[in-house]
Design a protein around this ligand. Structure first.
Ligand code: SF4
Length: 310
């Protein structure tokens, strides 16, 4: 009889509190206001979520000029710069802000650190929507992506420097960037609590906890999902082959050859049913034993604003 392949499900995985809240908010707005409801950018970075909400009446636009005057527009979980808020006000748009509270926390820090006269350094990925939003919250904010950029960044006064980070960075890599900044600016100040959010941190810990025993790790998530990309990188840095897949259809059968233990996880924007689909696809490829390994139990939820609940 064929030896079953072991499938280890990393926990926590898949939807975080900020993503669930943002998706719920779009659904509530469609229910309350009726379709179409405009959403600026992808509400969360997942192609399946976007397609499902489109089918329910959401219309995704890149910028506010795609929204008719006076219409309702939802800002995505990644947040926006103040200039976008101002433009929406000028246009008389009915704004529903689905910015994750943990992104809003970083925005507030950017404003606070900037207001006290510091040069603010944001550690993050150029072009990511969250980063574009945060950059707008402190004038003169510098963006650095890695240790090399941290070693080269210029500031106004080395004694007055603060840093912030994108919420979905890799914890291990970011520590090296902060160390580099602190070496250069010993009086560097940072956020009171980490900006890398609990969901990113926990999903990275969960993947790290299973990496050593796995021959292969499959990460469910879209290519533009930062936290999903980081899960792949964490696994690879620990020496385990890892691939990002949109869903079960992305599994290359060649990856499974000789892979006796396969880990499965999902980024914070990937729906849980896609993980079920991956497990089903693995079962279709041969007998499997499935178990779950929990690194950190998660109980956090973010409520939809009361105005949308009834
Ligand atoms: Fe919020 Fe983190 Fe989820 Fe992004 S990944 S929506 S910051 S909880």
């Amino acid at each position: 009889m064929e030896t079953p392949r072991t499938v280890v499900l990393a926990a926590p995985r898949s939807f975080c509190a900020g993503v669930e809240r943002a998706i719920d908010m779009v659904r509530h707005v469609v229910r309350l206001r009726g379709a179409p409801v405009y959403v600026r950018k992808q509400i969360v970075h997942n192609a399946h979520v976007v397609a499902d909400l489109e089918a329910e009446g959401a219309v995704f636009v890149d910028e506010l000029d795609g929204v008719p005057d006076g219409a309702t527009v939802v800002f995505s979980a990644h947040g926006v710069a103040p200039a976008v808020q101002a433009e929406a006000e000028r246009r008389g748009l009915d704004v529903v802000d689905a910015t994750c509270p943990l992104v809003a926390k970083v925005h507030a820090e950017a404003r606070r650190f900037g207001a006290r006269g510091d040069t603010v350094i944001l550690i993050g990925h150029r072009g990511h929507e969250e980063v574009e939003g945060t950059l707008g919250h402190a004038p003169g904010i510098r963006l650095v992506r890695d240790v090399a950029e941290a070693a080269a960044v210029t500031v106004d006064d080395p004694a007055r420097v603060s840093y912030l980070t994108q919420t979905t960075l890799a914890v291990d890599e970011t520590a090296g960037v902060v160390d580099t900044l602190r070496d250069r600016f010993p009086r560097l100040r940072g956020p009171d609590s980490e900006d890398i959010c609990y969901a990113s941190t926990n999903r990275q810990s969960a993947v790290a906890a299973i990496a050593a025993e796995c021959d292969l790790i499959l990460v469910v998530g879209s290519a533009n999902s930062s936290n999903s990309q980081r899960l792949v990188e964490v696994a690879r840095r620990l020496g385990t082959a890892a691939h990002l897949i949109e869903d079960a259809s992305g599994i290359d059968p060649a990856w499974l050859r000789g892979a006796g233990t396969v880990g499965v996880t999902a980024g914070a924007s990937a729906p849980p049913h896609l993980v079920d689909g991956v497990v089903a696809a693995l079962a279709a490829a041969g007998p499997i034993d499935v178990r779950e390994q929990t690194a950190e139990p998660e109980t956090i939820t973010f409520l939809v604003p009361p105005s949308l609940r009834n």
